[in-house]
Design a protein around this ligand. Structure first.
Ligand SMILES: Nc1ncnc2c1ncn2[C@@H]1O[C@H](COP(=O)(O)OP(=O)(O)OP(=O)(O)O)[C@@H](O)[C@H]1O
Ligand SMILES: [Mg+2]
Length: 492
């Protein structure tokens, strides 16, 4: 049996019993209170909740209109049914308007149960709707609270019937200087504050022409005139016909990040320019020193040697003096040789006179003589000279690699390969020595050989890699794009 809590506004005990009987017959167990005055009705309402109010139209001191009035003021929307002796339209219509659910004539209770059941169903549906509405309001409030407190900018921009912000979170004031109200008041503000170079992008966004799966970066003018960068993550909103009607999104201020990146790029460019200048200056200085050693010191020493020989011829000498003279000439010869070797190692004339490949050949011969490491040079596709800075950089890289092999590799064999293929000039220097772990190489002032090579190759827009592991030898691989270098064409 379904239980019903009912207030019955009725002065007749018999009528009350009749109605309760009808309810019982229909399967309802009534828990009721019968009231006859406004005061008693108010008290009863207060002690609810109630499922139903059944009221006679006119009691001696009370009646349905007054009860309805009290009910409406109490904010309680319990279904209210008038069960009365015959009442005219003039009474029924205002009662219905005041919120009565229905009215029934006492001497014909056939509609009594159906009316009650419909009223109960309506009330239940009303309560359900209320619950849904409340849940919706709560969730809306939750989201609004989140949006209102978010540091990022959250917005909904409608595109039809007109382009305007439907929502902008309060963070707008701090992020771009304009309050949400300023955006609502002036729908064109968004087009006025977008950076001119990004305004086409903004228009494309409004037209649905921008791919929204990726974040979109736009520049805006802050109210204070500064430029700010926002990363927008937008979601397109379509109507049932698939027409883009709004854009919802979150914008994050990435100005600091962008400025840092720009600064970093400038710093890199400056460092690159600086290392370029240092490398060039170093090379020039080496050439100058090599020339001076060869030309000035070499010639002066040769003159000293000739003078000593002349002296020896002219001065009558003892055997001891002759011996001393010969020793001195030998020393001068040795020094001339030393100066020549130093001059060559500073800047090998072969590099300037004959080019990279002959210079490398010469270097490898010297390397084998000094170290005893069996080294071969292989080349293919080399038939032209390269510009001096390119030849120098590549020569120095091979030189440093061979020096590393001599110093660290404990190798038996080594190979230098030069290849020109697929638009690339590749050089690899390989040894079968002890190898090392390139990942473990820390940047340190004590070992700048590898870093220096890397820098030189970077300046040629090339790639520098080291393939090495402990016990498996080392291969240095250099790849430089084979451009139409200025000065290319002179045959090797
Ligand atoms: N061919 C090689 N075989 C084994 N280890 C190597 C080889 N080449 C480089 N290494 C390792 O890498 C380290 C770094 O080499 P890098 O040329 O940068 O510095 P370095 O030779 O020690 O000093 P320098 O600055 O005088 O060149 C070396 O100290 C060595 O441990
Ligand atoms: Mg080194």
């Amino acid at each position: 049996m379904q239980k019903l809590r009912i207030i019955i506004v009725e002065d007749s005990e018999d009528d009350t019993m009749l109605m309760l009987h009808e309810l019982q017959q229909a399967g309802y167990k009534s828990d009721y209170i019968r009231v006859q005055t406004a005061g008693a009705f108010k008290d009863a309402l207060h002690n609810g909740p109630w499922d139903l109010i059944i009221s006679d139209h006119a009691l001696p001191n009370f009646g349905a209109p007054e009860a309805l009035d009290i009910l409406n003021k109490s904010n309680n929307d319990c279904p209210f049914i008038i069960v009365s002796n015959a009442i005219g339209e003039d009474v029924a219509v205002p009662a219905m308007k005041a919120g009565a659910h229905d009215y029934i004539i006492k001497n014909n209770l056939t509609r009594f149960i159906p009316v009650i059941e419909r009223a109960l169903q309506d009330s239940e549906a009303r309560n359900d709707r209320k619950k849904v509405k409340r849940a919706l309001r709560e969730s809306e409030e939750r989201f609004r609270r989140l949006a209102e407190n978010a540091q990022d900018l959250i917005y909904r921009f409608s595109l039809v019937p007109e382009r305007r912000f439907e929502y902008v979170s309060p963070s707008a004031r701090e992020l771009i200087g304009y309050t949400p109200e300023e955006h609502y008041a002036n729908p064109k503000l968004i087009c006025e504050i977008v950076h001119p170079e990004d305004s086409d992008l903004l228009k494309d966004l409004f037209l649905g022409k921008v791919e929204l799966s990726q974040p979109l970066t736009l520049r805006w003018y802050h109210k204070d005139g500064s430029i700010i960068w926002f990363e927008h993550r937008n979601v397109p909103i379509y109507d049932e016909e698939g027409i883009l009607i709004a854009i919802e999104g979150i914008a994050r201020d990435i100005t600091e990040r962008v400025l840092n990146e720009q600064q970093l790029k400038t710093n890199h460019a400056q460092i690159e320019a600086l290392s370029n200048r240092i490398l060039n200056a170093m090379e020039d200085e080496r050439s100058r020193l090599a020339r001076e050693l060869h030309d000035e010191l070499g010639q002066a020493l040769t003159a000293v040697k000739l003078d000593i020989q002349l002296l020896g011829d002219q001065v009558p000498a003892t055997q001891a003096l002759n011996q001393r003279l010969n020793q001195t000439i030998e020393l001068v010869d040795y020094t001339i040789n030393l100066v020549r070797r130093q001059s060559i190692s500073l800047r090998p004339p072969a590099l300037d006179d004959m080019g990279l490949l002959p210079a490398i050949d010469e270097m490898v011969r010297g390397f084998m003589n000094r170290t005893g490491i069996d080294t071969i040079v292989q080349s293919s596709g080399f038939s032209k000279r390269l510009p001096r800075p390119v030849e120098t950089a590549l020569y120095r890289c091979v030189q440093e690699s061979l020096t590393n092999i001599a110093r660290h590799a404990q190798a038996k064999k080594a190979k230098v390969s030069l290849k020109r293929e697929n638009g690339l000039l590749s050089i690899s220097i390989n040894d079968d020595g002890v190898g090392f772990d390139p990942e473990e190489q820390k940047i340190s002032a004590a070992s700048i050989g590898l870093t220096g090579m890397q820098e030189r190759i970077k300046l040629l827009a090339g790639e520098f890699t080291i393939e090495s592991s402990i016990g498996h030898g080392t291969t240095v691989v250099i790849k430089v794009p084979w451009k139409n270098w200025p000065g290319e064409g002179k045959k090797l």
